[in-house]
Design a protein around this ligand. Structure first.
Ligand SMILES: [Zn+2]
Ligand SMILES: [Zn+2]
Length: 367
């Protein structure tokens, strides 16, 4: 979570002139009443205490742990990130803009009562909760980070107004060991959680096949009033923390598909796009999220584009590493659609079928 990944992303956005194609807005940090839409009072108090004095971090709340070390100002910076996602959601909900991006957000592991997986406050859940507070009745959340979007799922587990869909590496081989297809929500929210647990090693064709075999049908049926998507870049084959083998080009294809789906199934094309994980901080994250900004700005960056040398100089100055030269991994993503049939012996197809069998009937959809 080295913050240099965010600085380099903003640098690359600027290098392509995309900051001139969007309004760059600095919103206020999320305040107490907003944080309380998702988080417990005692947890927020524990974060504040650790923030004021890291030696007081309470491990019962996941603070001061290996994954979530305590540091001075941790409440303030986490609330600032959350505030940007909440403001993005408010702007899109009000119709001030049809799309908004916060690539510093997407911190999907934070739980109502605890920190987890590098996440303190759950900005996607807060953005969604704020729109519910403003009157939203149907919000779809699509999470394509390599890790399960467990915190967002937990926040809306019993809430039929929020459909959470997560595609991730199988819980058997990756943190947080949840996101099984059988996790489908409960109570009034039965069928409101959908999980696709992808086999380790899944590459572009399988990842895109799974996305298209699950997401469009759900959105066509649910007809959300707003789409929130989380674009963790850690699905990439170079990412050091996980085991999928997705290229930048496939990540871009899914971003573009989310944008298209927003226009197809959401009134006014309302779309809030967030960042997430991503630990190849020089080679992958800046390029991935620059594509996201370009797509949301209706000024997509051509994958063949040569990266401006000024940005590569910035990379070297900050990291002593050589930055990538082009906005592509040189792949041309393609996939076979689910309608063309499936192979019962194929592990990817087994994963997709498990998801459809577990979740689709609860939503009145055919397996
Ligand atoms: Zn658009
Ligand atoms: Zn992740």
């Amino acid at each position: 979570m080295d913050p240099v990944r965010l600085a380099l992303t903003m640098g690359l956005v600027r290098a392509f002139g995309l900051d001139g194609a969007v309004d760059v807005v600095a919103a206020k940090p999320a305040g107490e009443s907003t944080l309380r839409l998702v988080h417990r009072e005692d947890y927020v108090a524990a974060v504040r205490a650790a923030s004021a004095d890291p030696k007081r971090a309470d491990q019962r709340y996941g603070l001061g742990t290996v994954d979530d070390p305590a540091f001075a100002g941790m409440h303030e910076v986490s609330a600032l990130i959350a505030g940007q996602s909440v403001a993005a959601a408010e702007a899109v909900w009000r119709g001030d803009t049809s799309h908004a991006v916060n690539f510093t957000g997407g911190l999907h592991h934070a739980m109502p009562g605890g920190a987890a997986g590098f996440c303190i406050y759950n900005d996607p859940a807060l953005a969604i909760a704020r729109m519910l507070e403003l009157g939203a009745e149907r919000v779809a959340y699509i999470d394509v980070d390599v890790h399960h979007g467990d915190g967002v799922q937990a926040a809306f587990w019993e809430d039929p107004r929020v459909l959470t869909v997560s595609l991730h590496e199988h819980p058997r081989t990756l943190f947080p060991q949840t996101g099984w297809p059988e996790e489908t929500g409960s109570g009034a929210g039965a069928g409101s959680a959908v999980n696709v647990a992808l086999p380790a090693g899944t590459g572009d064709a399988g990842w895109l096949r799974a996305f298209h075999a699950v997401v469009p049908e759900l959105l066509a049926d649910f007809r959300p009033q707003v789409l929130v998507s989380q674009h963790g870049a850690d699905t990439h084959f170079e990412d050091p923390l996980a085991h999928l083998a997705v290229s930048l080009d496939a990540q871009r294809a899914v971003m573009s598909a989310c944008h298209d789906l927003a226009h197809e199934y959401v009134e006014g094309g309302r779309w809030v796009a967030l960042g997430g994980g991503g630990y190849a901080v020089v080679d992958v994250v800046p390029r991935s999220w620059t594509h996201l900004v370009g797509i949301a700005a209706h000024a997509p960056v051509d994958p063949e584009s040569v990266i401006p040398p000024s940005w590569r100089d910035e990379v070297y100055a900050r990291t002593r590493q050589l930055g990538p030269a082009r906005m592509t991994d040189g792949r041309t993503p393609s996939w076979k659609s689910w309608e063309e049939g499936y192979d019962p012996a194929d592990r990817l197809d087994q994963a997709v079928l498990a998801t459809r069998r577990a979740a689709f009937p609860l939503r009145g959809l055919l397996t």
